[in-house]
Unconditional design. Structure first.
Length: 429
């Protein structure tokens, strides 16, 4: 494969915008450069997945090598200074209450229309906070391109290290709490989505009460476009102090005139310029989804988040289960993070068959069915179902399950896999 490397220069305050081609990478030769608020190391090669777009902000005049871009240009209109100024105001609040016992930092909600830059703004705020030594609690309620977990789920986690192009969606956060809705459209199962969002908020409140450092860092919530009533629910249950609306004046006006149960500030934020630059946006989203699943698969090494998948054969001691909630019988899937006391549920065995190809399965941290019934609070990772085969064995017919994982494994750390209701399409060539 032929590679083409070009050396490019950019002046301070400009953005280097890249859409990745096959085998794309970049390396900063000199000058301070940031990606979504994270500092980029010089003389370090950063690989970019094909179809992914990257905007690099030049803090100083800089020079970099760019290899195999499909598109590349220097953008003069940047929102980075605006985002940094907003962070500065948030950080003033953090610093002002840092030594005051019992005071917590502001909880922030980011919302807006589809493809308005919610994730980009959220990553800026997270990275800026981490660089200041804070450990914010990050909640992502977006079911399509979630920054924390796989599509079809909402998740939350404490972030203590910067998110960079090489660690984007890698396991740089602590074990996340994951709730599976079994859909990428919140409107399809809104009652279920709302219920899980509220349960997540309760867990966040408990986390803040038990960890002073998290309470002093605040919570950053990324929320998809919802109705005004839906946003009110999120604002109330997460005790939101500030709402940032991405580039939608009508939504901002609706929020600004809404009566919440407590005082809430609202601001409109400009979306990043040049978003999206991809000519094939659907392919970009699908690749992002596959990358998320790769990084939370059992056996995935963070150093190689896009490593090829291998088939792993499991014997019939591995069980596939379905966890049904008594309170939400129609949901089909209980999220991770609740005990049976909190939300009574039942566990059913699922008969594995070949029609389940490409289904995403969660590997539970359980050693027995009794453990599943007691607690489902930890997911060790995700695997993808590939096939089901029947082979003759020494004692008769043996049933084998084939799963896909980034690394060849002898087996999984648990024999219990839980259906998630999610199904991934084939990988993109």
């Amino acid at each position: 494969r032929h590679s083409t490397t070009q050396t490019r220069q950019s002046h301070s305050g400009k953005e280097v915008r890249i859409i990745a081609g096959d085998g794309c990478s970049f390396k900063v030769l000199f000058g301070r450069v940031e990606w979504n608020g994270a500092q980029i190391a010089t003389n370090t090669i950063y690989s970019i997945a094909q179809n992914m777009w990257v905007s690099l902000y030049a803090v100083d005049d800089c020079e970099m090598d760019v290899t195999n871009p499909s598109h590349y240009y220097i953008g003069s209109n940047s929102v980075v200074e605006e985002y940094y100024n907003l962070h500065t105001k948030i950080n003033e609040n953090r610093n002002s209450i840092k030594e005051i016992q019992g005071e917590t930092a502001q909880n922030i909600l980011i919302t807006g229309s589809v493809r308005s830059g919610k994730g980009t703004f959220a990553m800026h705020l997270v990275n800026y906070a981490v660089r200041e030594g804070y450990t914010p609690l990050v909640v992502d309620l977006n079911l399509k391109t979630n920054l924390i977990t796989v599509p079809g789920c909402i998740g939350c986690s404490v972030v203590s290290s910067p998110i960079t192009p090489n660690t984007l969606l890698d396991c740089n956060t602590e074990q996340p709490i994951v709730f599976c809705c079994g859909t990428t459209n919140a409107e399809e199962k809104y009652a279920l989505f709302s219920h899980y969002a509220k349960v997540m908020s309760q867990l966040c409140a408990e986390k803040q009460k038990s960890h002073v450092g998290i309470a002093k860092s605040g919570t950053i919530v990324r929320c998809p476009f919802l109705t005004t009533e839906g946003l009110k629910e999120v604002v109330d249950c997460y005790n939101i102090d500030l709402i940032y609306v991405m580039d939608n004046e009508q939504l901002y006006n609706d929020i600004h005139t809404t009566q919440f149960s407590h005082p809430v500030g609202s601001f409109i934020v400009h979306k990043p310029a040049g978003v999206p630059l991809c000519t094939n946006y659907d392919a970009f989203v699908r690749r992002m989804q596959h990358r998320i699943v790769n990084n939370y698969m059992c056996g995935c090494c963070p150093e190689k988040p896009l490593c090829p998948r291998s088939n792993v054969i499991l014997d019939d001691t591995y069980k596939l289960i379905l966890i049904k909630s008594f309170k939400h019988e129609n949901s089909g899937y209980l999220p991770i993070g609740q005990t049976q006391v909190q939300n009574p549920f039942d566990v059913e065995d699922v008969e594995i068959n070949s029609d389940m190809k490409n289904n995403v399965l969660a590997v539970l941290n359980c050693d027995s069915m009794e453990d599943v019934l007691k607690n489902t609070t930890t997911v060790l990772g995700f695997v993808i179902f590939e096939d089901f085969i029947v082979l003759p064995g020494e004692t008769g017919i043996e049933k084998k399950t084939i799963i896909r994982s980034p690394n060849p494994l002898e087996g999984l750390p648990s024999h219990f896999m839980c259906a998630t209701g999610m199904k991934l399409e084939q990988d993109i060539d």
